[in-house]
Ligand binder design. Structure first.
Ligand code: CNA
Length: 276
C-alpha cells in the first residue's frame, strides 16, 4: 500500500506534510479550501484549479525514484502480489510495473470521461488541451472531459474490489509513504491476517501502527528512500536495484535524446533525486 509520500522524493508534494504539502501551498490554485480541488460541486463551478493540478501531475513531468523501482524489483522477482496505490501521478506504471499488478485506487490520467455523455477517452486525447491551460471538452456533446481521477464521493474503480481476495493471500504487507487517513483505502491495512507482518516505512507513525498496533508490526520511521535502501541492503539487493535503475534511466535517456521537445529540463533523477 503506498501513498503520496513515495513520490515526494520525485519532487511531487504530498497533501499533508506541513510546509511542503499541497494543503499548505494552495494559493496558486485559487480555491476556497484544500479539498475543493477534488470536489465535483466545486469542479462544475470552476474546473480550472483541478486542471492546473492535473497539468502538473500529468505523466511525463516526473520520474520514479528508488522506492518505485524497489516495488518494480519485487515484481521482477515475482514477489509482488499487488500494488495498491493512492497516487495519481502514474509513477508506478512509469517504473515498469504492469497495469495488471496495480490497483490505482484513486484513479489515473490514463483515461478520461465526459461528465455529460459519459463517453470514455484515452488520457492522451486531452493532453494537449490540459498542457495549453484549456478545459478539455467532449467533441460530441461539448461537456467537460474529466480525467478518471476519483473525486470525493465518487466510486472507486472496480479493480479496488480485488482487495477482497488479495489481502487474505498476502504473507507480508508493506505500507509506504501514506498518512492512512483516506478511507476506504486506509482500512485495507487491517485486512491481512493477524499472523501477517506489516512493515510501515513512513516519516510519521500513522493509522493502526499508532492506534492499535499488532504484535508483528514493524516500523521504520524517517525518509522513505532511506528506509527502502536500508531494507534493500538487508535483503542483499542493492546492486540489483542499482542495475535496474541504470537500465531504466538508459531507456529514458534514449527516449529524451530522440525527442524534439526540451522537456528534459523538468525530469527528476531517481538516483540523486535532484538531477545529476
Ligand atoms: P498524505 O495524506 O499527504 O500523506 C503522506 C504521508 O507520507 C505522510 O504521513 C508524510 O509524513 C509521509 N511522507 C511524505 N514524504 C515522505 C518521505 N519522503 N519519506 C517518508 N514519508 C514521507 O498522502 P496520502 O497518499 O496518504 O493521502 C491520500 C491522498 C493523497 C490520495 O487521495 C492521493 O491522490 C493524494 N495525493 C497524491 C499525490 C500523488 O499522486 N503523488 C500527491 C499528493 C496527494
Amino acid at each position: 500500500m503506498v501513498g503520496a509520500g513515495i513520490s515526494t522524493p520525485s519532487g511531487i508534494p504530498d497533501f499533508r506534510s506541513p510546509g511542503s504539502g499541497l494543503y499548505s501551498n494552495l494559493q496558486q490554485y485559487d480555491i476556497p479550501y484544500p479539498e475543493a480541488i477534488f470536489e465535483l460541486g466545486f469542479f462544475f463551478h470552476n474546473p480550472k484549479p483541478f486542471f492546473t493540478l492535473a497539468k502538473e501531475l500529468y505523466p511525463g513531468h516526473y520520474r520514479p525514484n528508488v522506492t518505485h523501482y524497489f516495488l518494480r524489483l519485487l515484481h521482477d522477482k515475482e514477489l509482488l502480489l499487488r500494488l495498491y496505490t493512492q497516487n495519481i501521478d502514474g509513477l508506478e506504471r512509469a517504473s515498469g510495473i504492469p497495469a495488471s499488478k496495480l490497483v490505482e485506487a484513486h484513479g489515473s490520467f490514463v483515461s478520461a470521461t465526459c461528465t455529460v455523455c459519459r463517453r470514455s477517452f484515452p488520457g492522451e486525447d486531452i493532453w494537449a488541451d490540459v498542457m495549453a491551460d484549456k478545459v478539455p471538452r467532449c467533441p460530441i456533446c461539448t461537456g467537460i472531459v474529466k480525467p478518471d481521477i476519483v473525486f470525493f464521493g465518487e466510486q472507486l474503480p472496480a479493480r479496488f474490489l480485488l482487495h477482497t481476495a488479495d489481502f487474505a493471500l498476502a504473507d507480508l504487507l508493506l505500507i509506504l509513504g501514506t498518512s492512512l487517513e483516506v478511507e476506504p483505502f486506509a482500512s485495507l491495512s487491517e485486512e491481512v491476517q493477524k499472523s501477517v507482518p506489516r512493515l510501515l516505512i513512513n516519516r510519521d507513525l500513522v493509522g493502526p501502527f499508532a492506534l492499535s498496533p499488532r504484535r508483528k508490526d514493524v516500523v521504520q520511521l524517517g525518509d522513505v528512500v532511506h528506509g527502502v535502501e536500508r531494507l534493500v541492503d538487508l535483503l542483499g539487493w542493492t546492486q540489483e536495484l542499482q542495475d535496474l535503475i541504470q537500465q531504466e534511466h538508459g531507456k529514458v535517456q534514449m527516449l529524451s535524446s530522440g525527442a524534439q521537445s526540451s522537456s528534459t529540463s523538468s525530469v527528476h533523477c531517481s538516483l540523486c533525486i535532484a538531477g545529476c
